[in-house]
Design a protein around this ligand. Sequence first.
Ligand SMILES: NC(=O)c1ccc[n+]([C@@H]2O[C@H](COP(=O)([O-])OP(=O)(O)OC[C@H]3O[C@@H](n4cnc5c(N)ncnc54)[C@H](O)[C@@H]3O)[C@@H](O)[C@H]2O)c1
Length: 263
Amino acid sequence: MKNFENKTIIITGAAMGLGLATAKELASRGANLSLVDYNEQALQEAKKEILTQSPGADILTVVTDVSNEEAVKHYVAETVKAFGRIDGLYNNAGIEGKQAPITEYDVTIFKKVIDINLMGVYYGMRYVIPVMQKQQYGRIVNVASVGGIRGVLNQMPYVASKHAVSGMTKNAALEYGRDGIISNAIAPGAILTPMVAEAFKQVNPADPAAAEKEYAQHNPTKRLGLPVEVAKVVAFLLSEDASYLNGQTIAIDGGESNIYGNV
Ligand SMILES: NC(=O)c1ccc[n+]([C@@H]2O[C@H](COP(=O)([O-])OP(=O)(O)OC[C@H]3O[C@@H](n4cnc5c(N)ncnc54)[C@H](O)[C@@H]3O)[C@@H](O)[C@H]2O)c1
């Protein structure tokens, strides 16, 4: 299905994990991609990987720290220069921070999580929306988390930032729906990416695989999600088909956030 031909999509945090999986999915559907990440080497490797799978794909890479406002203005300007328009923004770059109880949380790390996960998402919308307004068309998908609809032990700044992402998405939906700009958020559960592998190492440094197995037991599907399972939902939300779904936070978690009691 080539439903992204002549569409330009920006993906932040595109070098690995959920960003890369969505980049591959959209490239296979014909999208022009503007890939943003602060890990330059991983970003170049990601581009190669996408081109191996979709040889004709038109791909721009912009090395950017999304918590830097000037750098965000730059990736938006570079995208417009290369492709002339921006049809979709997948505001995906984010970090987990360290796991610690509230009273022991390192304040510097707390602020860093907020700067990347909250301000990075805000800056992206702040500078992409005017381009979409001129077009009277746009799709924004912000990445929250189940931690954006529930509390998560020892991850206060992450939970705060992801609740904020869900709230900011509602505001974008109601402020710019009239301009043909549709904004939604996704709330992934535990999806097997480098970020989640790192989290299992923190939970059980001696045996991360045991931590993963134990975690999966609490999910109705008894497994973790795969990045491609998130990418398929994001592709829908970034497509023309998602024209009346606005301001929602969609959990992609195998049903885990619905549990009350044991499964
Ligand atoms: N994997 C999951 O289970 C899961 C669950 C819920 C939410 N999420 C969210 O999904 C998003 C992607 O997570 P992932 O698991 O793919 O993570 P990941 O660590 O595998 O990949 C994140 C990518 O973002 C980039 N990045 C991080 N900070 C950046 C910054 N300041 N500027 C530019 N690039 C930056 C990294 O270099 C990396 O390429 C994050 O927002 C995360 O909070 C993931």
